[in-house]
Design a binder for this molecule. Structure first.
Ligand SMILES: NC(=O)c1ccc[n+]([C@@H]2O[C@H](COP(=O)([O-])OP(=O)(O)OC[C@H]3O[C@@H](n4cnc5c(N)ncnc54)[C@H](OP(=O)(O)O)[C@@H]3O)[C@@H](O)[C@H]2O)c1
Length: 321
């Protein structure tokens, strides 16, 4: 059996935004033109007409290639491997439409930051059919048809926990090979990596959003750093209490990411600026709620969650201050 035979059906990318376009670019590099699943026919038609261009870190541009489709235009049971690249708050909608396109061997690769998406996917397709991708590259949408890949750090892919059938590990290894051009690394247990990323996001994202500044502030300003590190340390406490084995200290990882992305604006701040919903419920909100389950009251995450929700409400509904 070849590695490709592990995937029983077509490869699909669901949600062709920043992450979905970069993953499609990487799949194209190894000769795969995935099915690109859009939310409706109107959007699919726009993509068919205008395409998507990915600008790659000073290496030029690529037009991504794939079959633009909608849930209704795909043969039931035909998708063998699907990269779920929508925002965390859209996962529920995807999982209400996607299952009829899957078969019993289909694998979903969940690409969201924060907590909740993997758990939702596991409930619907079962824990032996879900992989987690902890995305380490940075990509922005310039507009619907143009994506900029701004940096490639290591991304990790693997099952949430080690003890799953060997075929799931084999598919994770295969996916890491497919996506090697964007530095995907197979890990036999991805949960610790997800929590380290959660610590980074729980500190940098809300602090830079509330202060309305670039990520560099976390290294440059002691007050900003204090709050960001306190949030990351709460994430560590909850992870340890849950028995998650962390490959790195989240607070140290946060400082190093803030240094490497000093000139960038966090995705949460970009969402607030573009009057879009943020993923704070799945980041600081879920740290607070997961903390309660293990007897930890994460007050820093609770405060950051509520302040960002306040900002989000002002932006989305135009509530005056
Ligand atoms: N961007 C990064 O650098 C980065 C890095 C690490 C992790 N992540 C995580 O990756 C996830 C995706 O982020 P992103 O930056 O790629 O977001 P994005 O650019 O907003 O892309 C999301 C895409 O999903 C589409 N979509 C929404 N609902 C859909 C549905 N039901 N069916 C099909 N498509 C649907 C959206 O379409 P519309 O535009 O029509 O809404 C959009 O094209 C997030 O959870 C984020 O935390 C991103």
């Amino acid at each position: 059996m070849t590695a490709r035979d592990l995937v029983k059906g077509s490869v699909a990318v669901v949600g062709v935004g920043a992450v979905g376009s970069v993953i499609t670019y990487a799949l194209n590099e190894v000769g795969i033109k995935p099915v690109l699943i859009h939310r409706n026919a109107r959007v699919a038609e726009l993509y068919r007409e205008h395409g998507v261009k990915v600008e790659i870190l000073g290496e030029g541009e690529r037009i991504i290639e794939g079959l633009h489709a909608t849930y209704g235009s795909i043969q039931p049971g035909s998708i063998g491997l699907a990269f779920i690249c929508v925002k965390a708050y859209d996962v529920k909608n995807v999982l209400s439409e996607l299952p009829r396109l899957l078969n019993r061997d289909s694998i979903l690769v969940m690409c969201q930051n924060g907590l909740g998406s993997t758990e939702l996917a596991e409930k619907i397709v079962g824990p032996n059919n879900v992989l987690q991708a902890i995305i380490g590259f940075g990509a922005n949408r310039v507009n619907r048809h143009e994506v900029r890949l701004t940096g490639i750090g290591p991304s990790y892919i693997g099952p949430k926990r080690k003890r799953v059938p060997s075929t799931l590990h084999a598919v994770a290894k295969y996916v890491s090979e497919l996506l090697r051009v964007i530095n995907f690394i197979y890990v036999d247990e991805s949960e610790g990596y997800r929590w380290v990323k959660l610590g980074i996001n729980a500190g940098i994202n809300p602090v830079t959003t509330i202060l309305n500044v670039k990520n560099g502030v976390v290294n440059e300003d002691a007050y900003a750093r204090n709050v960001a590190l306190a949030a990351a340390n709460e994430v560590k406490e909850v992870a340890v209490a849950k028995g998650v084995s962390l490959p790195k200290d989240p607070a140290n990882a946060l400082l190093s990411v803030a240094r490497n992305t000093a000139e960038n604006y966090s995705s949460m701040l970009q969402d607030i600026r573009s009057r879009k919903r943020t993923e704070v419920d799945y980041i600081n909100g879920s740290v607070y709620l997961e903390g309660l389950k293990v007897g930890k009251v994460c007050l820093v995450n609770y405060a950051l969650w509520n302040i960002v929700k306040f900002l989000e409400r002002i932006q989305l509904r135009g509530v005056s201050r």
